[in-house]
Design a protein around this ligand. Structure first.
Ligand SMILES: NC(=O)C1=CN([C@@H]2O[C@H](COP(=O)(O)OP(=O)(O)OC[C@H]3O[C@@H](n4cnc5c(N)ncnc54)[C@H](O)[C@@H]3O)[C@@H](O)[C@H]2O)[C@@H](O)CC1
Ligand SMILES: Nc1ncnc2c1ncn2[C@@H]1O[C@H](COP(=O)(O)OP(=O)(O)O)[C@@H](O)[C@H]1O
Ligand SMILES: [Mg+2]
Length: 299
């Protein structure tokens, strides 16, 4: 039995006038493969739009130039590849980059292969705050039964399809709130670790650490569009980099991501909404969210 949290959403404090980019955290996004250069770029751009100080992408060499081309504020690192996806020999360089970051996102657009599964396993054993999404989750699913507890705080962000792979069975009713929170809590507990949070995406996204849960109130079906989840990954990772714990980062991230979608839909409608529109509306979503959280609003 898990309880709904009574804690108000945390507030991202006003920026200290003497602060610098190092104050707000360094993020590494590990993602991309041939044909999916956009996924890590969307996540990285969402990090920047959510206050992270410095954001780098670590991608297979074959997509580095493409991923870098989306936004001049992103830095990029090329890792060893086979012309399509990362290869195992990328492991040491990847570990080195991770140790220089305050938080990481692993998975957007990585693709699936045995080498990717091995590399995801390498990241799982590094003691830093991390969001695992998309093919990071598929990599974990491929290692199911052999996984040790994660070495640091984790937020896993599956949609229902990824959740089925990771937990070993599909939700019997993907829209049933009780089943969603209980299955998500079971998964968080079964993965182990001191701070493992599951954010099960959908029309009513649930966030749980296995003991408490929150259901997100923002968002709309216009967000059922490719790349929307990559943006969420970036938002939550930026909050980890700024020092929030995984449960707070996940529920604040889900709230502001959904609000960006609601603001975008109010202006553009739901039908034509795209993931880059979410990026464009994140600044206003942050302004509104910070006003609400400063007031301690019940949201
Ligand atoms: N611009 C890009 O480069 C993009 C790359 N992407 C990457 O594409 C790869 C594959 O991700 P996908 O999620 O498409 O592939 P998956 O195979 O994990 O999921 C797709 C399938 O799951 C179903 N599904 C998704 N959400 C669901 C939900 N809430 N309930 C029930 N079923 C659901 C879909 O209908 C679809 O059949 C990932 O690496 C991802 O990061 C996507 O994020 C889209 C954008
Ligand atoms: N009907 C909906 N209502 C509210 N939010 C939605 C809806 N459909 C999708 N979303 C949100 O959009 C995002 C989709 O994530 P995901 O399926 O991982 O997309 P992608 O992999 O293409 O980036 C999630 O945050 C999800 O909660
Ligand atoms: Mg996704």
């Amino acid at each position: 039995m898990i309880d709904a949290t009574n804690d108000p959403l945390p507030n991202l404090l006003a920026r200290d006038p003497h602060s610098h980019k190092g104050t707000y955290g360094r993020v590494l996004v590990v993602g991309g493969s041939l044909g999916m250069a956009g996924a890590p770029a969307l996540a990285g751009m969402a990090c920047l739009r959510s206050g992270a100080g410095l954001v780098s992408l670590a991608t297979p060499r074959c997509v580095q130039a493409t991923a870098a081309g989306f936004c001049p504020a992103l830095m990029t690192h090329a890792l060893a590849d086979d012309g399509e996806r990362l290869v195992e020999s990328a492991g040491p360089a990847l570990s080195g980059l991770l140790t220089e970051a305050d938080a990481a996102a692993v998975g957007p657009g990585l693709g699936r292969s045995d080498a990717v599964t091995t590399l995801v396993g390498v990241t799982w054993s590094i003691a830093m705050p991390m969001v695992v999404d998309a093919d990071g989750l598929n990599g974990l699913a491929a290692s199911r039964g052999r996984l040790t507890a994660p070495a640091g705080p984790r937020v896993l962000t599956p949609h229902a399809g990824e959740f089925a792979r990771l937990s070993g069975s599909p939700l019997s009713d993907p829209n049933d709130d009780t089943e969603r929170r209980e299955r998500a809590a079971d998964l968080a507990l079964s993965l182990g670790g001191d701070e493992t949070v599951v954010l099960l995406k959908g029309a009513r996204t649930v966030v749980t650490d296995g003991e408490r849960y929150a259901v997100n109130s923002t968002g709309n079906p216009g967000m059922a569009t490719g790349g929307a989840g990559d943006v969420l990954t970036g938002v939550v990772t930026a909050l980890l980099a700024q020092g929030l714990g995984p449960f707070d980062a996940a529920r604040l991230g889900a709230f502001v991501h959904g609000l960006a979608g609601d603001l975008a839909a109010a202006k553009l409608g739901e039908i034509g909404l795209t993931a880059p529109d979410l990026l464009d509306h994140l600044p206003e979503a942050w302004v509104q969210t910070n006003k609400l959280t400063q007031l301690g609003a019940d949201i």
